[in-house]
Design a binder for this molecule. Structure first.
Ligand code: PLP
Length: 438
């Protein structure tokens, strides 16, 4: 079973009896019965693999984990309650006590909040760098650095990361590269093939694809050797005190130890478990991932080309368009096409930007004003007043967002309806500044 589409429909699940349903069941249970006290003791001490309680794992969740690990070409995975939880668990496990993270400044707004406020509260430092400035990654490294973090394709501007270049610097410093590939999806890009050691997803977006359920996944590619510099990674190489003298790296090894640590400590202690029902919903979505993403990417490119010709639009940020600063990286890293999440700027001055954006957005009928991406429905958002409203003007400028930037996530509707909807809104919203009321 080697094909991507076969894996997205079947990986992680096998039907062992004719009485069992063909699709994965929802194991709606909080806890599990043990065959004997001896078995319970083995499970509680990690001597035997298995599930002791629903906070740590669930059989439906395990199918999801195996399926996403397979799609990313990874060794193991952990599914949690949201993408935000997946990022937080991953970085807490790597940064451990007093660690430092070098992160792209072009990140999802929630991740910026997590890094600069909550992880800072925990004593974990962060240095943000311009992800395209390869020297800046190298300069930001400190003796405490334990991870590099970036998105394969950022949003709303759709910058494409040179994953290989950043991975080489991380590995030169002895730290792993973590890539949030939510926008990329394993269908368009597999960061592990370009040097990433951990791949994180908000499964809420394209993996689910239906916008009904939150979830997150982190995949361990099995490439990072925490044993190579043992003193730097005591969470893997020193006795895991809650399990006596157990050493995770010795017992579970490369490709598995990270998932065991995340589940038995961080998810166990902090509690962001995925519900069986949400894991099941996301599995249903994954079965059509390649079909949806291919269609959405093609639709998005058509919209981008159309908007690039439109007089009310000053700029389209889509990396497949000629002249886009990330066009060459997109050609190299995204042979199947660019993601369906991109942005465009309305023409006109900043002081009337909000009113002009509102005039367009509020006229859209097929596109929905929703703070989400990767849904079957086409969605728009206004980063400056919505997803990135916490950003300072400098952070906004660094992220490439202007006050008139509109983010678009192309869905599965008829492309002609989407184009007509945009044309109607752009034409009826009079964007000439001299006709706006003051
Ligand atoms: C949405 C998103 C997240 C957070 O995921 P949730 O499932 O909403 O918690 C993280 N990274 C990116 C790139 C996202 O788009």
């Amino acid at each position: 079973m080697t094909g991507f589409a076969t894996a997205q429909v079947q990986a992680g699940h096998s039907v062992s009896s004719a009485a069992i349903g063909a699709i994965p069941p929802i194991h709606q249970t909080a806890a599990y019965e043990f065959a004997s006290l001896a078995e319970a003791a083995d499970l509680f001490s990690l001597r035997k693999p298995g599930i002791i309680y629903g906070r740590n794992a669930n059989p439906t969740q395990q199918i999801l984990e195996e399926r996403v690990a397979r799609l990313e070409g990874g060794a193991s995975a952990v599914a949690v309650a949201s993408g935000q939880a997946a990022v937080a668990m991953t970085l807490l496990a790597l940064a451990h006590r007093g660690g430092h993270i070098v992160a792209a400044r072009q990140l999802y707004g929630g991740t910026v909040d997590l890094l600069q406020e909550t992880l800072d509260d925990f004593g974990i430092g962060v240095t943000f760098v311009d992800q395209d400035d390869i020297d800046a990654w190298r300069t930001a490294i400190t003796p405490q650095t334990r991870a590099f973090f970036a998105e394969s394709i950022a949003n709303p501007i759709a910058q494409v990361l040179d994953i290989r270049a950043v991975a080489d610097i991380a590995h030169g410093a002895g730290v792993p590269l973590v890539i949030d590939s939510t926008v990329g999806t394993p269908y368009l890009i597999r960061p592990g093939e370009h040097g990433a050691d951990f791949v994180v997803h908000s499964a809420t977006k394209f993996l689910a694809g239906h916008g009904s359920s939150l979830g997150g996944v982190v995949v361990d590619q099995g490439t990072f050797d925490f044993g190579a510099d043992a003193t730097r990674w005591p969470q893997f190489t020193q006795p895991y005190t809650r399990f006596g003298d157990l050493v995770l790296w010795e017992r579970f090894g490369q490709g598995q130890a990270f998932a065991v640590l995340v589940k038995s400590k961080y998810v166990h202690d902090l509690g962001p478990s995925i519900s069986p029902f949400n894991a099941w919903q996301i599995l249903q979505g994954i079965e059509t991932l390649d079909l949806r993403v291919a269609r959405q990417s093609a639709t998005a490119l058509r919209i981008a080309e159309h908007l690039a010709q439109h007089p009310a639009v000053s700029r389209v940020h889509h990396p497949a368009l000629a002249g886009n600063p990330w066009h060459d990286l997109a050609a190299r890293y995204l042979p199947r096409g660019a993601p369906s999440v991109f942005s465009f700027d309305l023409a006109g001055p900043d002081d009337t930007a909000f009113e002009r954006v509102a005039a367009v957005v509020d006229r859209l009928e097929v596109f929905r004003l929703v703070a989400n991406i990767g849904d079957a429905r086409s969605l728009v958002a206004h980063p400056a007043s919505m997803t990135h409203s916490h950003f300072t003007a400098t952070q906004r400028a660094d992220a490439g967002i202007s006050l008139s930037t509109i983010r678009l996530s192309a869905g599965l509707e008829d492309p002609a309806d989407l184009l007509a909807d945009l044309d109607h809104a752009l034409a009826h919203a009079d964007v000439r500044p001299d006709t706006l009321e003051t």
